[in-house]
Each structure stands twice: as structure tokens, then as C-alpha cells.
Design a protein around this ligand. Structure first.
Ligand SMILES: [Zn+2]
Length: 199
């Protein structure tokens, strides 16, 4: 028997070992306490690996190409941040690099640090501490706002020059979808279950 607290009504209750595919529900409020899904870390882990590849593409390849007359200019994520800093908008440059590059990179690495051992039913040093922080970090990755900003400016600038979306823009859109899918497939309870009381 394992002791579980319901996340919704806080009732402490004992749960017998579950067979594969079984779920346990709270006795008082009926909320789901835990699942026993076979290999439940594999799909989020595969999606996170895909997200890591998309993140690299998004940072390394051109975001947009501006074409007017004989002139052609390619913009990367890093060029945009550098340009903001060059124009004296340091807080904005810092905010963009924090929410678009730093937080997503830290989020991906931390989740991989937790899920790689978890998928093999093992634990890594400090893994539960990292998992606690990663969940506080999640709201700070705001790549979707950046994507929205790029799409609005694409629309506005299209009257002035020809703008071609680059590989990075598609990678960013895919990155958002893949990370959202990974987060929704991951059941945090299954990570906490691996925690054993220190002897
Ligand atoms: Zn409950």
C-alpha cells in the first residue's frame, strides 16, 4: 500500500499497487489520484528530443528574409536580439533572450534530466528538486508571443518589402506544438512516484 494525498481535496488515502492500465480515484471527490500506464515516459521523452532538435534549428537558421529591389537581408533570432541592444533597448533585448532562448533551453534540459532516468525507472541526483523548479519555469517560456509578434510584423511589413519566412519560423511553430504535446502527455504524479523516502 502507498499513501497518496489527493491534489484536489487533500485527503490522505492508501492506494494498493495498480495493475498495468489501471487508475485510482479519490474516495472523497473522485479526482484521479494516479495511473499505471506502461512506459508512460516514452512519448513525452521522444517529443522532448524532437523539441530539442527544433530548438537548435530555430536558433541556427534564418527566421525571415527581406527582399526589396536588389537588396536582400536575412534575420536570425540572434540578429534581432543584437539589433534591439544596438538601438539601446537593453531591457527588451534581455527579456527576449530570457523568454525565447534561456528559459526554453533550461526547461528542455531540465526535463530531459528528469525523464531520461525516469523512463528507465531510475533516479538521478537532485532530479526531484529540478522537477519542482521546472514546473515553476514553464510559464516563463513565451515563444508563442514572439511567434505572434513575428506574424503581425510579417503582415505589416509585407506592403513595404517582400518577406519570406525562413526555416526557423516553421521550426518555432513546430517547437511550440511539440512541447505542448509533451507537457500534456507527462503526468507529474508518475515522476513523484519514483521518489523513495531516504532510508
Ligand atoms: Zn479528493
Amino acid at each position: 500500500m502507498e499513501l497518496f494525498a489527493c491534489l484536489h481535496c487533500d485527503l490522505l488515502q492508501e492506494v494498493p499497487p495498480l495493475a498495468e492500465g489501471e487508475s485510482a480515484f479519490c474516495l472523497r471527490c473522485g479526482a484521479k489520484l494516479l495511473n499505471n500506464r506502461p512506459r508512460s515516459f516514452e512519448r513525452p521523452l521522444a517529443l522532448l528530443c524532437a523539441a530539442a532538435i527544433l530548438f537548435v534549428i530555430f536558433n541556427a537558421f534564418p527566421l525571415l528574409t527581406f527582399k526589396k529591389g536588389g537588396l536582400e537581408q536575412t534575420a536570425h533570432v540572434a540578429t534581432g536580439i543584437r539589433e534591439l541592444a544596438r538601438q539601446g533597448m537593453f531591457p527588451l533585448a534581455a527579456l527576449v533572450s530570457f523568454t525565447l532562448v534561456f528559459v526554453p533551453a533550461l526547461y528542455l534540459l531540465s526535463l530531459l534530466y528528469v525523464l531520461v532516468p525516469a523512463s528507465q525507472n531510475r533516479t538521478a541526483p537532485g532530479m526531484f528538486f529540478v522537477f519542482r523548479w521546472v514546473r515553476l519555469l514553464a510559464p516563463w517560456q513565451m515563444a508563442e508571443i514572439f511567434l505572434l509578434g513575428v506574424l503581425v510584423s510579417l503582415n505589416k511589413l509585407s506592403a513595404m518589402a517582400r518577406i519570406e519566412p525562413g526555416v526557423a519560423l516553421y521550426a518555432l511553430a513546430a517547437f511550440l506544438l511539440v512541447t505542448a504535446a509533451a507537457a500534456s502527455l507527462l503526468d507529474p504524479q508518475e515522476v513523484w512516484r519514483l521518489w523513495k523516502k531516504p532510508a
